[in-house]
Ligand binder design. Structure first.
Ligand SMILES: Cc1cc2nc3c(=O)[nH]c(=O)nc-3n(C[C@H](O)[C@H](O)[C@H](O)COP(=O)(O)OP(=O)(O)OC[C@H]3O[C@@H](n4cnc5c(N)ncnc54)[C@H](O)[C@@H]3O)c2cc1C
Length: 546
């Protein structure tokens, strides 16, 4: 892999451009074959899901470094790969290829690694402003071995695998707008009604050939079953459940596809959801060790040649490698912030357009004393899901006096229109509905995921009417370009840290095979399979609140 000196840039660009003509023909063929591969691998997944999981887990072991030192250092003839994006997916891909003795360079636009994993330490304790839960506290989780090895503690906020009612009753408290606690039996009863409504939406789905939104389906169910309609306080609690559902997808119910909304809950890993007590940052730190990383390198153009890829960064410098793995967020691809030469084929562009990117924001408040009850979630119910809200009580999980207000969908976008100070005041207004005597926070933090130019959204979700193969197309390579990132993760693990991680490893593995086929290096092929033999660490996951 080379950084091209200025004098050679033009020649390199011309060479890469020339080879595009040859490549376009090849790409047409690859397009077809990659679709076939995608369709085939889907079938395989259905029939041999377990087997696939094991092989991913094996790849994971290779990647995170509990394995012995690399068999060989990259040398001048090793294939070279540029990984674009230093979130967990890019870091995983880079580590995987580094361990496979490839020459790897990771280009990251920000001045930090982690992307949508962002543990802030300015409160004097870790506060995750992006991802904070491990979804699926179990050995099958591809991140479990690393979390175990690092000795990180997980605080389990739910004992089961559900995604929509993921908090045990005794662990949350709801309040109405006047500060009265909602009786727990009302919360339970309305929770049961909500489950019935959702199961009825399945019938609505089966009756309609075209897709609808989840909200449309709920209103059809309520028209058909007036007995499921709720009034007064119960109606507000129902709205709160819808608000929680919207938080899972980071999108409003009127934009979530009815066709696929429940697949994520079916595919969720077992073991419940565990908060990373020390924050997610240690995972990023451990994974990125030994990788050649360039921060503040924003990629502006990718020239995909027949044999080489040329990457141009914001200040005009070019980097050339045999292949590239693109792990920038879907929001960045949607906004066309990276120019592709040649242009991405129409099927890839339509996959990018077909998928949605939601939004979720956090407002973290640090207090000098704890004035709230010792439960995990504090929620405010209201006549609409937009007006409902909730706080995660980090004090219960970590012992630090921090509450994190979490807002999703339109509300999350509206909060980004406010200054940090006004956003914190907004969260305090919500808090004061429950606790009129709440003291002022001593510090606050506000996230802005949908206007952050390096993310432009929170994570992907299924828009109404999305094409069924959009994820497969998004994942499919184009010549020497491979795609990773949460949105391309398989088995419906989009929008999660472990899904993003796994997608990075899979992109790394596909890239490795592609380059080995091209370079014909049997030695490199064997290097990885040898490492796959090594056993994982036998330390159990550390879980509090069993
Ligand atoms: C508020 C919030 C809460 C979440 N909660 C959870 C949770 O509790 N549990 C969970 O499992 N998941 C959660 N997620 C989702 C999870 O964070 C993501 O799925 C995952 O971190 C995505 O990783 P990634 O590597 O695919 O993308 P990213 O982490 O976004 O990494 C992509 C990287 O590309 C960089 N980049 C962008 N443009 C360029 C460019 N032009 N050139 C070079 N680099 C570029 C970015 O700066 C970024 O570092 C949450 C996300 C958010 C936003």
């Amino acid at each position: 892999m080379v950084e091209v000196p200025e004098a050679e840039e033009r020649r390199a660009a011309a060479a890469a451009h020339k080879s595009n003509m040859q490549q376009q023909e090849t790409m047409k063929m690859q397009q077809h074959s990659s679709h076939r591969v995608a369709a085939h691998s889907n079938n395989m997944q259905q029939h041999t899901g377990k087997k696939k999981e094991n092989s991913v887990l094996k790849l994971v072991k290779v990647c995170y470094g509990i394995l012995p030192p690399r068999l060989g250092r990259p040398h001048s003839s090793s294939p070279s790969v540029i990984v674009i994006g230093g979130g967990i997916s890019g870091i995983a891909a880079a580590r995987f290829l580094h361990n496979a003795s490839f020459k790897v360079l990771l280009l990251e636009s920000r001045d930090r690694l982690g992307g949508r994993i962002h543990t802030d330490y300015s409160f004097g304790c870790p506060v995750d402003m992006g991802a904070s839960w491990l979804h699926g506290v179990c050995d099958e989780n591809p991140l479990a071995p690393l979390i175990r090895r690092l000795g990180l503690t997980l605080y389990r906020t739910s004992g089961d695998n559900s995604v929509l009612y993921d908090h045990d009753l005794e662990s949350f408290m709801l309040f109405d707008m006047d500060g009265h606690q909602v009786p727990q039996n009302t919360v339970v009863q309305v929770g049961d009604v909500f489950k019935k409504i959702l199961s009825e939406t399945e019938k609505v789905r089966n009756e309609h050939s075209h897709d609808l939104s989840v909200l449309q389906a709920i209103s059809i169910v309520l028209d058909r079953h007036p007995e499921l309609r709720q009034d007064g306080l119960s109606h507000e609690v129902l709205q709160w459940y819808i608000c929680r559902m919207e938080a899972w997808f980071a999108a409003d119910a009127d934009t979530i596809s009815l066709k696929t909304w429940d697949q994520a809950s079916e595919q969720v890993l077992t073991g419940g959801h565990g908060l990373m007590v020390q924050g997610y940052q240690p995972v990023i730190k451990a994974l990125s060790k030994d990788t050649d990383i360039r921060l503040n390198h924003r990629v502006k153009r990718i020239t995909n040649g027949y044999n080489k890829v040329m990457i141009t960064v914001e200040d005009g410098r070019n980097f050339i490698a045999d292949a590239a793995i693109i792990t920038v967020p879907l929001g960045v691809l949607k906004a066309n912030l990276i120019e592709f030469e040649p242009k991405l084929p129409e099927w890839k562009q339509s996959a990018i357009a077909d998928l949605g990117v939601g939004n979720e924001n956090k407002i973290a408040l640090l207090f000098d004393n704890v004035f709230w009850p010792n439960v995990e979630l504090l929620g405010v119910v209201a006549p609409t899901s937009y007006a409902c809200g909730y706080f995660l009580n980090l004090h219960k999980a970590t012992g630090h006096p921090v509450l994190v207000y979490m807002a999703a969908g339109r509300l999350a976008c509206d909060l980004e229109k406010l200054s940090d100070e006004s956003a914190a005041e907004f969260a305090m207004l919500q808090l004061k509905k429950m606790f009129p005597d709440a003291t002022k926070p001593v510090q606050y933090l506000v996230s802005r995921w949908s206007t952050d130019p390096d993310t432009l959204g929170c994570y992907s979700y299924d828009l109404v009417g999305k094409s069924t193969d959009a994820y497969d197309k998004l994942r499919a390579p184009i010549g020497n370009l491979f795609f990773g990132g949460e949105a391309v993760s398989s088995d419906d693990h989009q929008g999660s840290v472990h899904g993003a991680y796994e997608s990075g490893i899979m992109a790394g593995e596909n890239c490795r095979r592609h380059l080995i086929r091209r370079h014909g290096s049997l030695e490199m092929l064997q290097a990885v399979s040898y490492r796959e033999e090594i056993l994982e660490a036998a330390v159990p996951l550390q879980i509090s609140r069993m």
